[in-house]
Design a protein around this ligand. Sequence first.
Ligand code: SF4
Length: 500
Amino acid sequence: MNNTFSPPRNPNSSSLLLTDELLLDYKRCDRRAFLNRYGDPQQRDPEREFVGKLKAENQRQIQELLKQYNWTGPEAPSRDWPQRIAQTIQLMNAGVECIYRGLLSHQTPPTKTLPSLTLVGHPTLLVKQPYPSQLGEWSYIPVNVKLGKRPKTEYKVVAAFHGYLLQQIQGFCPLTPELRLRGGKRYTVDLGMWLPPMEEVLQSCGSMLQSWQEPDVFISRQRCGLCDWQTYCHGIAQQKNHLSLVPGITPSRYEALQALGIETPEELAESEMLPDAELIEGELFAQLQQQAQSISENRPLFRYPNKRLPPFPSAPIELYFDLEAEPDRQVDYLFGVLCVNHETQEEQFYRFLAERPEDEPLVWQQFLALIWRYPQAPIFHFSEYEVETVKRLTKLYRCTYFSLSSLVSRFVDIHHWIVTSTTLPVENYSLKTLAKWLGFAWRDQAVSGDQTVCLYDKWLKVGDRSLLDTIIRYNEDDCRATYHLKTWLEDFLQNSVEED
Ligand code: SF4
């Protein structure tokens, strides 16, 4: 069932439409809310498969929760808002136990700064409570089902928005709007605390929409990662040579640099002015300058030119390890290991694949057997996930025939080595970005880490082996990319030492 809204793109001059979805987007990124309302749909990326999977999971969460209620809901089509709003009020007046996909609306009077606002919200559920209101001896609280594990600020703002709408409709403020989070966790939102910030968000979002001023682009890996406007915004940021493309520049640091008139990586690299140390302290500023220098000169730099690093680990036989996991099923289903024998010049890729999630203990044992076949070989990997997983699985499957510390001491995190020893002309330090910068190409260019999650999910549903083949190829290329990076890093550090 489609649970989303598609509001009209053009604002009504006498009343500005503000939905809960728009507020949620605004809280994440003001530009996103602006583009969702006024942007050119042609510039929007097609929905990623992974986003579709997240939505499907959210629907499953909702269906699970609905089993607890005797629910009903408005029957008018999704786009017929006036009818759905009227039907929701009818159901509330009738005192039904639970309303699914109800639609709430309220029109605010115009103020000095804003025209009238038409506020529209669609809480996942409206649940009846035994507290009197204008409706009768009962009232309703909003319950929102969210995919996140934590009660994020934007969830609380939206819950407060629904609370506000209910207050207008039933004449009683629901005291305890609820969030149902991933894993069934229940969280109660304190309306006393969240109504004032919600009102501020409402005002500033309304002002932005009224002004038609497109907010400046600011690329942040975390918040832009799943956004539909990513390609469009990234293109603009590149055109502008925008500072947010420099790793380490956060919105508050950006503001501090703008106050000094610094707008581009080149200006940052050459600046002799120092920002307020409370905003960007000296050592961090020096690092940001070095990062900007690396980008503007397009060359790698040694991060601490005067510091001696510990010797870089290498051995005649080396292992390069990468994992694939399916977070929803909480399974690590593919252990890929590239074994590189420098003496014989041979390379062999091993993969231990759980075709069914319940095979995880089996492939874990197979993986252990392989790495103990080469007890002296360092195990190179990229990021902390691999080590954390090895620690977790060792405890889970109670391995007693080796000591965890002896195993973990063999792991070498290439990401950690890179970020503590070098500064590179890149926008971020992900494996994909770094290896691509070195000219490494994945065989399946269009596949990404989050897509492998979808591919495994699909494999479990439809049993198409070509899906597994794609995942294995991707995993092998991740291992090879880590090897590529390690080889480059070893040379680079060696040359830096020789130059000394
Ligand atoms: S890509 Fe980033 S900057 Fe652009 S709208 Fe999305 S979140 Fe905002």
